[in-house]
Design a protein. Sequence first.
Lengths: 249, 249
Amino acid sequence: MALMQSADTRYSKPVLVAVNKPFDDEDGLQALRSHPLFRNLRPRDLENLIQQSRRLRLGHHQLLYRQDMPAHHFFFVISGRLRLYRLDSSGIDRTLDSIAPGDCFAEVMIYADPPRYACYAEALKSSEVLMIPVKAYRELLDQHPEYAQAALSHYAKRAVTRFHDLEIMTVQNARDRLIRYLIDLLPNGTEQGGEVELPLPKCLVASRLAMQPETFSRILADLKSNGLVRVNRSKLFISDPQRLIEISQ
Amino acid sequence: MALMQSADTRYSKPVLVAVNKPFDDEDGLQALRSHPLFRNLRPRDLENLIQQSRRLRLGHHQLLYRQDMPAHHFFFVISGRLRLYRLDSSGIDRTLDSIAPGDCFAEVMIYADPPRYACYAEALKSSEVLMIPVKAYRELLDQHPEYAQAALSHYAKRAVTRFHDLEIMTVQNARDRLIRYLIDLLPNGTEQGGEVELPLPKCLVASRLAMQPETFSRILADLKSNGLVRVNRSKLFISDPQRLIEISQ
DNA sequence: CTGAGTAATTGACTTAACTCAAAGATTAGT
DNA sequence: ACTAATCTTTGAGTTAAGTCAATTACTCAG
């Protein structure tokens, strides 16, 4: 399994010391300004925080941090896409989350004690992230306690999401897990249909849902043959979510 | 399946309107005072918060709140034990967490938007909880922003735990999921052995781990016959966690 | 202490999902 | 555009886990 070696063999560059280019442009920082963790900051404070941060470019499959590494930074995705995963003792790679541009990750490290990354993070394609010192954000919160509310409600939202993810995983059969996962990806809720883009390659969605890639492929083929989804590469079109839900019983 | 009817048939009492007795004794509030969310509060503030709270007694299997109900309170467990679960469209009951005395739950509702419970909560045996108005705690944080740090680090811890729970569920086979679950219950880490008490009846641990009770029972019997665990009711003795971990590959 | 009701175990059987293998399709990098 | 690598699909055979059913063991209220 190719994934097994990913963390240790495939990446020669030292982790977290990727080249940073001077911080002269504003691309991608518009999204930062509207992120819940940052949008309430006074411009001065935000600028100061950005000054203390570094922009990192990550290549395809490049590792950003390792599980259990001391965590001095959290991250904001400017472009590309990343994935969070863990490796167990037998080297099996288990995908836990994928992160899109405009999202933060490892932000929980701001208040984690001890601050150690709970998983590996790697770029799924060439990506840019803003690497924000945990200390800097924390000092900002200490100086301006009124900023805490944004952080609290962000953390609350994160906790609810994780809880929901956990719920999907207590679904006992692979087909229903996949259906639940797809329904959750639907942008406009379960009433209308819509197009869904898988945030990960299919083999990693399979890993995320605790099934084999072959099983994933077969289930999708089956849903397709029943007219429940229309598949185009990593884009799925779901015309009737309600019917999908009924199927998953 | 008896569980299927639990939320709708078995409980006749209206939810969240259980009798509250006058708040004259201090039993169980010692634990409250040392909980991360409360231990930093000035005595006056804590007293005030408690004044606005109610103590609820819950009977065996009594429902405390329902999934999707507007959430005006969060809870601290004084005695007994509760369980959080969800019901899906087909009525299947899926256990997501169990809560012991000294723990808080639904505290994420303080900053959730909209504040709606993400699951059902019921007492597993007769229990007492403190029902704290979300509004009261929130006002406290607004008045004393310095309290926010405790809340943030509590939320961070919660998020890490949920992430870890999710990780267990991405383990693909039932045996390894159970082993991982047991290891995590071990109080003294994975080096030394120890006794573990299942926080839920076995059939609910099975539900939490996305397997059938029969499967749970068979796996445990197998571990037992291999001398890996010693079972006594809901207490398990694990002499050599290291060996258990090796087995789970 | 006792009995009703629930929970746990065990057996026999069935099915869903995994494994291995090989062929196609897609993607990334030159 | 081309090639190499990786991902995806499909098939065939095997195994893990689910289902159904029956028995035994607990638990708790009276």
